[in-house]
Design a protein around this ligand. Structure first.
Ligand code: ADP
Ligand code: MG
Length: 250
């Protein structure tokens, strides 16, 4: 398995405050990683920094993707390399339909014009797999969508864009049991030996369907514990208290 993402000693600041204090993380193709941690630990910050969101400044450390230093690349260049981030709170965009939005994104990311009818067919297949009503394709992006529909939309984008690294930020929160199962099934179908997953989740609901290879616990802007899938079970049973104390001592 090849090294896909390598994060070295990452320090990230936003709003004049350091939020990540030296994070190291390596993701190889074929792997699924889960990041867990209390609210405000810096989990979303880490994913935003990997995506290149300009609201977050890397003050120290490097990010490599496929061996290339991407620390200073723009968001769209990273997207073209195959990095995808689903948002914790997807925004709505008035005046742009779901279909147009995803088609434009696919054209930008792949560098290839998406012919209308093949694209419509692909979108239809992917929507069916997500139990989405076909009418959503022509609705304005996320406008009037329920929380669950927005999350499904993020997974729809992921499936159509087919990234090398899919980072999903709490995609399972706000979903009912059936929707979690559908979303998990789609993530599993997407995941293969040629790509990788980096998931943030609070819930073992999702982990039950997608067994992670590696679990990282992030508290106070530092990774305080790493392990295999058993670590997620342990957190579900005992919470983060033990790690909170470890972070406090650090
Ligand atoms: P998590 O996803 O683990 O709940 P976040 O990464 O969203 O945590 O946030 C970590 C901390 O950084 C929080 O205290 C949050 O308020 C702060 N933070 C996140 N984004 C910004 C930002 N753009 N500007 C200022 N502070 C931020
Ligand atoms: Mg978050």
């Amino acid at each position: 398995m090849n090294e896909l993402l390598r994060i070295e000693n990452l320090h990230v600041s936003a709003g004049g405050r350091e939020l990540l204090h030296g994070v190291d993380l390596t993701v190889r193709t074929g792997e699924a990683h889960v990041i867990m941690g209390v609210n405000g630990a810096g989990k979303s910050t880490l994913l935003h920094a990997v995506m290149g969101n300009p609201a977050y400044t890397v003050t120290e450390g490097r990010i490599y993707f496929n061996g290339e230093d991407i620390t200073d690349l723009s968001v769209d260049k990273r997207a073209r390399l195959g990095i995808f981030l689903s948002f914790q709170s997807p925004i709505s965009v008035a005046g742009i339909s779901v279909e147009n939005f995803i088609r434009t994104a696919k054209t930008a990311v792949s560098g290839q014009q998406q012919r209308l009818f093949p694209f419509k067919r692909l979108l239809k297949t992917r929507m069916e797999a997500l139990d989405m009503d076909p009418s959503y394709a022509s609705r304005y992006l996320n406008e009037g969508f329920s929380g669950g529909e927005r999350k499904k939309n993020e997974i729809l984008q992921m499936r159509v864009l087919d990234p090398k690294l899919a980072m999903l930020d709490e995609t399972d929160s706000g979903l009912d049991v059936d929707a979690v199962r559908t979303v998990a099934k789609n993530i599993s179908e997407f995941h293969n030996e040629g790509n990788a997953l980096l998931l943030i989740t609070h819930l073992n609901q999702l982990i039950r369907y997608i067994r992670p290879d590696h679990v990282h616990i992030l508290i106070g802007g530092r990774i305080v514990k790493e392990g295999g899938p058993e670590l997620a079970d342990e957190v579900e049973a005992n919470g983060f208290d033990a790690y909170r104390n470890a972070a406090g001592e650090a």
